[in-house]
Design a binder for this molecule. Sequence first.
Ligand code: COA
Length: 169
Amino acid sequence: MIVENRAIYPGTFDPITLGHVDLINRSLQVINEIVILVAHSKKDPLFDAETRKELIATCFKNDPRVKVEVYEGLLADYARRNNIKVVLRGLRGVSDFEYEFQMATMNRRMYPDLQTLFLMASEKFFFVNSTLVKEVISHGGDVSELVPSHVEKKLKEALCSGSRSAVNP
Ligand code: COA
């Protein structure tokens, strides 16, 4: 039996949420080492890649099993170059499936040894995504149960400082 010890968890992470953290922690029950790959985004991110990396690294600063890297390029190429054969992705609902199926198939086409493993999101976080978190906080909503506290602080600095009082004195 082949046992794979390392996996890549790729994403935009703009920013990391407790949904991501939960998925990573549960993955560590079956994988020894996870490389979180922060992708340069097509989506015009709020935070630059290095900031997104720092926010993730802070979550796992005491866990040597988790590494964080910024990467610009094809995931399949990174995996081949580093001899990693497992990609982790979360599925939050049926709506995630088609996109994930296409990505997994495309990645396997480029690197046939690469397997995508899917973990179901916890019911606590299946409705969470980074865009919604940013929208809620920018309107003064509470996201303290959706993102780590240092991420909440950074989001407030980026989205709340000054602008609300200028518009709504
Ligand atoms: N909990 C909470 N939210 C989650 C989540 C979880 N477990 N998993 C995903 N999400 C959310 C994210 O917050 C994000 O929300 P947003 O769109 O509102 O920001 C959304 O789901 C999708 O995010 P993510 O998992 O980061 O995927 P992505 O579509 O942004 O990333 C890459 C796609 C980076 C994995 C993909 O483009 C890639 O591999 N790029 C590298 C280049 C490459 O190889 N391209 C070819 C791919 S076939």
